[in-house]
Ligand binder design. Structure first.
Ligand code: PMP
Length: 363
């Protein structure tokens, strides 16, 4: 299979697999005081320090969670309390669902945040919490987090960055760009599913969403998922060949355009591994199935949500609602192999030719 759905989940890194096994062989609950517990605690704290080091944060400001859905919800709960919450219109459902009353900040046609609109909203709500994704999961479009951070700082607002798709692929220093906090999810960069983190700026207090045994210094109750946390830390240390991956992505993109595709967010800076391709007049699920039959895994629409294919709010927010049901996301994994672009190009061209032919014949 040619796996091109890395934004749903990246293949596990070998170092992460080893870390899972080592953690599973470590007897003990990190909260226990005996020697076994202390060994588990040591693993947990080493992982916390590794995350802090990679993300330019302090270890005590890293709160492990079950993933980014929980980390985003925790950020909004803890850092948005008593504040107006502003969210970009292309945010992930985990942000949208956690802030149902949020004030939307529009994006431009290329999917980047409308900074003038943000400034107007910040003038109205100076102590807001702005939630902004570093990179969009469907289009790969990067927001200008540094610019948003400067605007938030100028008004006294807080900025929470959903860094899920960017961590491990581009910049890691979100606090340095002005974020008060950011969320990450281990399986999105080759760790194991089941662990993520909320990382905050120095001294921010986190009121827990889940209370319990007082774990994570009272900020997140529940026994931490140690194997997945160890995998997260191990995966974060792995190199990412952005240029190699972007070269494959660019070749796939060129081939798809030649076959009739339109690139969503084409004018914006994007992740190296992602392209969202609309094929006008051809349903996304039909494209996905045709590619699946050719042994190629891509996703349609916001496909990280439980297999359902719904019209994408991301493309609608970019003024591309008409193409929303006709776009697939191609997201290359860290270990994409030589020859992948050629294989994709051939399958995509064949799919497009078959799908578009009957219409041409009728016309
Ligand atoms: N934010 C973004 C941008 C994502 O792509 C995802 C996963 N699709 C999440 C948050 C949620 O991550 P998880 O499902 O690992 O909790």
């Amino acid at each position: 299979m040619l796996y091109l759905d890395a934004n749903a989940t990246e293949p596990v890194r070998p170092a992460a697999r080893e870390a899972v096994l080592a953690a599973m062989d470590t007897l003990g609950n990190p909260s226990s005081t005996h020697a076994a517990g202390r060994a588990a605690r040591k693993l947990l704290e080493e992982a916390r320090e590794a995350v802090a080091r990679h993300c330019h944060a302090r270890a005590q400001d890293v709160v492990f969670t079950s993933g980014a859905t929980e980390a985003n919800a925790l950020a909004i709960h803890a850092l948005g309390a008593g504040r107006v919450v502003l969210i970009g219109t292309t945010e992930h459902d985990s942000i949208r669902a956690a802030a149902p009353e949020a004030v939307p900040v529009p994006v431009s046609a290329d999917g980047t945040l409308d900074l003038a609109a943000l400034e107007t909203l910040l003038a109205m709500h100076p102590d807001a919490l702005l939630c902004l994704m570093a990179a969009n999961n469907e289009t790969g479009v990067l927001h200008d987090i540094a610019a948003a951070g400067r605007l938030c700082a100028a008004h006294g607002a807080r900025l929470h960055v959903d860094a899920v798709q960017a961590i491990g692929r581009c910049n890691q220093d979100w606090l340095g760009l002005g974020a008060s906090s950011f969320a990450l999810s281990g399986h999105k960069f080759g760790g194991a599913m089941g662990a993520g983190a909320l990382v905050t700026a120095k001294g921010l207090e986190i009121r827990p969403l889940m209370r319990g045994g007082g774990q994570e210094m009272g900020r997140r109750g529940g026994t931490p998922p140690l194997p997945a946390i160890a995998a997260l830390a191990a995966a974060l240390a792995e190199p990412y060949e952005a240029e190699r991956i972007a070269a494959h992505r660019d070749a796939m993109e060129r081939a798809a355009i030649a076959a009739g595709a339109v690139v969503m967010g084409a004018g914006a800076a994007r992740l190296p591994n992602t392209v969202c391709l609309a094929l006008p007049g051809v349903r996304a699920d039909a494209q996905l199935i045709a590619l699946d039959m050719a042994g190629i895994a891509v996703s349609a629409g916001a496909a990280c949500s439980s297999g359902k294919v719904t019209a994408s709010h991301v493309l609608a927010a970019m003024g591309q609602g008409a193409l929303a049901g006709q776009a697939i996301r191609v997201s290359l994994p860290w270990n994409v192999e030589e020859g992948a672009a050629e294989r994709f190009a051939a399958a995509y061209a064949a799919m497009a030719k078959r799908a578009l032919r009957p219409r041409a014949a009728l016309a």
